[in-house]
Design a protein around this ligand. Structure first.
Ligand SMILES: Cc1cc2nc3c(=O)[nH]c(=O)nc-3n(C[C@H](O)[C@H](O)[C@H](O)COP(=O)(O)O)c2cc1C
Length: 282
């Protein structure tokens, strides 16, 4: 087996564990990099290298964007005191007293679903941006923001950085918006801690379910996922054990996420927050 073949087999082993693996992956350097993804929550204190931010933003801007409206922005928080303030604001919404990866990472990127420019440009032409009143506009800006951020995350990983997405920023959506001075028709969809991964505290690739759980051909195969749950539980358990994580089944974790208001941590207020920001969600 060549080094390359071995590397690819290792990646599939880590991504799927003992589950059935796809056998016909068309490998490229980019595919390999994407299959190597793991969230990073342990960072060195080093500042981002020169040009890193510009690179992340250029790749984010290269993502598709609905109707070329460019309805997202990113606020790069590198000021340590401001970042700590944001970290503390969020830590108050979760059961732990601190969120070390926000404190440690040299940069916290706040990805803003941002229709504020569209609203202003429309008003400057003497009209009301009535389309922004509809849920679809909110969704459109949010989707574009996620695509942009995902491109940036892959770029970050390709230049030796690591990231973790931070949906937890929405726990205190209003406070975060106030701290960074967001305009109307915008909100922080999620954050992203970025930095150089600490080689002493490296994270592992987290397995995903076998492909038939998520891939349907022509028609949605309702309930077929049930055939694959047990296998995924085994892969998930093996990962958790190897990471020294608390024993928890995947289905148990889903149940917790679907029933616990603690898990929501303040995000149950999101509708109020985004409507105060001008999105009517009609
Ligand atoms: C939109 C989004 C929000 C997330 N929010 C958080 C978060 O608030 N805190 C955190 O530690 N991880 C967060 N994550 C990371 C996920 O927990 C992680 O992607 C998942 O467990 C799979 O692990 P992996 O990225 O290492 O493959 C988020 C991921 C996404 C896509």
């Amino acid at each position: 087996m060549s080094n390359e073949t071995q590397r690819h087999a290792d990646l599939l082993e880590q991504r799927y564990g003992t589950q059935t693996k796809p056998e016909n992956i068309i490998w490229s350097a980019q595919v390999e990099a994407m299959l190597s993804h793991r969230s990073v929550r342990t960072f060195l204190e080093d500042d981002l290298p020169d040009g890193a931010l510009a690179t992340l933003v250029a790749t984010a801007q290269s993502a598709s964007t609905s109707s070329a409206l460019n309805q997202w922005s990113v606020v790069a928080v590198t000021d340590k005191a401001l970042k700590l303030k944001l970290a503390k604001t969020i830590a108050e919404t979760v059961p732990t007293d601190r969120i070390p990866w926000i404190e440690e990472a040299p940069a916290l990127l706040l990805w803003v679903a941002d229709a504020s420019r569209s609203a202003e440009i429309t008003k400057a032409q003497g009209s009301e941006p009535v389309v922004l009143d509809y849920l679809d506009s909110f969704l459109m800006a949010s989707i574009d923001t996620a695509l942009a951020a995902q491109n940036a995350s892959l770029a970050a990983e390709s230049i030796g950085l690591g990231v973790v997405f931070l949906g937890v920023m929405r726990n205190a959506a209003k406070a975060v918006a106030d701290i960074i001075g967001l305009p109307s028709h915008s909100f922080v969809a999620f954050g992203m801690a970025v930095g150089r991964p600490d080689p002493e505290r490296i994270s592992s690739i987290r397995p995903r379910p076998a492909q038939p759980m998520v891939l349907h051909h022509n028609q949605y195969a309702k309930g077929r996922y049930l055939d694959y749950v047990d296998e995924y539980e085994k892969a998930s358990q093996a990962f958790r054990n190897a990471q020294g994580m608390s024993p928890k089944t995947w289905q148990g974790a889903i149940h917790g996420s679907m029933t616990s208001m603690d898990y929501m941590g303040g995000r149950q207020e999101l509708r109020d927050m985004v409507t105060q920001q001008g999105f009517k969600l009609l």
